[in-house]
Design a protein around this ligand. Structure first.
Ligand code: P6P
Length: 336
């Protein structure tokens, strides 16, 4: 079948043999994420038309107001994964603790846990700016059939078996990796099918876009301040263009196509950074590395960081390899 007409379902089946674990489960897992993405996309696309935007009236563990679509997207992904009986545990930005599935039922022989940010960039919902879903998949490390434990979730990012995102933008795309490169699929809403539109996605080694909330500039570490000033200098191929959407998935997606770097450093306001290691930074880092990019906290490879708690935050930079390396160079110099 010619590449341009290939559907996500066909692609998953054709490439399941490249996946080094049991084939059927991953296929079913990715198909359930595909289904949930279509359901959430339908609601996101009509958010302005029904009374589903605005606050849900609750606050999540992050202390952030839960937008109704946050709650809705969280429920859709969790219920879809549970109903399809594919995973043994789920962790979500919107859930204080992880969800253990059929923990008393020893028939639950499922081997995978999924971690999700069900609606990343949700502050953009009410102003009709693109948002996304991020997912990360690991094999459990505790015995199959036993209740999952926190250890099944606190794995280093290099243990991920799959990761991806859905970006609900001018078109809806699902982008994922299972460790054999990154491929992007665009939804044809008329028939509800994702088609392979961006095969073998790859960050250009260099770029001229930097994405950062410069409103926090005075709170940044000196090395980040120095790097931002470097980006703004008139020499070589600079000044760069500053592009910041306020949605990690959208900034990452644009930078992967055009070349660029995304930074969310620690600051006096966010001493450990803002982004969550397990369900934002690690999946995006897996995708970045699989797309010939790089992801670190400024000093350490993101996927080598040993998690200690479910919702822990880390400083984060990712994108074109040479741009990340330059930013890391400024961070190191500032410490001398
Ligand atoms: P700020 C969204 O809440 C998010 O986690 C990322 O998607 C986004 O890049 C960042 O936070 C925006 O944070 O502080 O710049 O509004």
């Amino acid at each position: 079948m010619s590449k341009q007409n290939k559907t996500l379902g066909e692609f998953i089946i054709e490439n399941q043999t490249a996946f080094k674990y049991t084939t059927g489960e991953l296929t079913r897992l990715l198909n359930s994420i595909r289904l949930a993405a279509k359901v959430v996309n339908h609601e996101v696309n009509k958010a302005g038309l029904v009374d589903i935007i605005g606050n849900a009236g609750d606050v999540n563990i992050q202390g952030e107001d839960q937008q109704k679509l946050d709650v809705y997207a969280n429920d859709v992904f969790i219920q879809t994964l549970i109903k399809r009986n594919i995973v043994c545990g789920i962790a979500s930005e919107e859930e204080d603790d992880f969800v253990s599935i059929n923990s008393q039922d020893s028939k639950n022989q499922n081997k995978y846990v999924v971690l999700i940010d069900p609606l990343d960039g949700s502050s953009n919902i009410d102003v009709n700016v693109s948002v996304g879903t991020i997912f990360s998949v690991y094999r459990r490390i505790t015995p199959v059939g036993s209740p999952v434990t926190i250890d099944d979730f606190l794995q280093e990012g290099h243990q991920q078996v799959a990761a991806g995102y859905i970006v609900y933008g001018t078109s809806t795309m699902l982008v994922y990796t299972t460790g054999a490169g990154v491929n992007g699929f665009t939804l044809n809403p008329a028939i509800g099918t994702f088609y392979l539109s961006h095969p073998d996605m790859s960050f250009p080694l260099d770029g001229n876009i930097y994405s950062c909330n410069e409103g926090n500039y005075i709170h940044f570490p000196q090395g980040i301040k120095d790097y931002i000033k470097y980006c703004q200098m008139e020499e070589d191929d600079r000044p760069y263009t500053s592009r910041y959407i306020g949605s990690l998935v959208s900034d990452f997606h644009r930078n992967m196509i055009k070349g660029g770097i995304y930074l969310y450093p620690k600051s006096s306001k966010n001493p450990k950074g803002k982004l969550r290691l397990l369900y934002e930074c690690n999946p995006m880092a897996f995708l970045a590395e699989q797309a010939n990019g790089k992801a670190s906290d400024g000093f350490t490879r993101i996927m080598d960081i040993k998690p200690t708690e479910l919702h822990e935050r880390v400083p984060f930079m990712c994108g074109s390899k040479h741009m990340v390396e330059k930013a890391e160079e400024f961070e190191r110099k500032a410490l001398k």
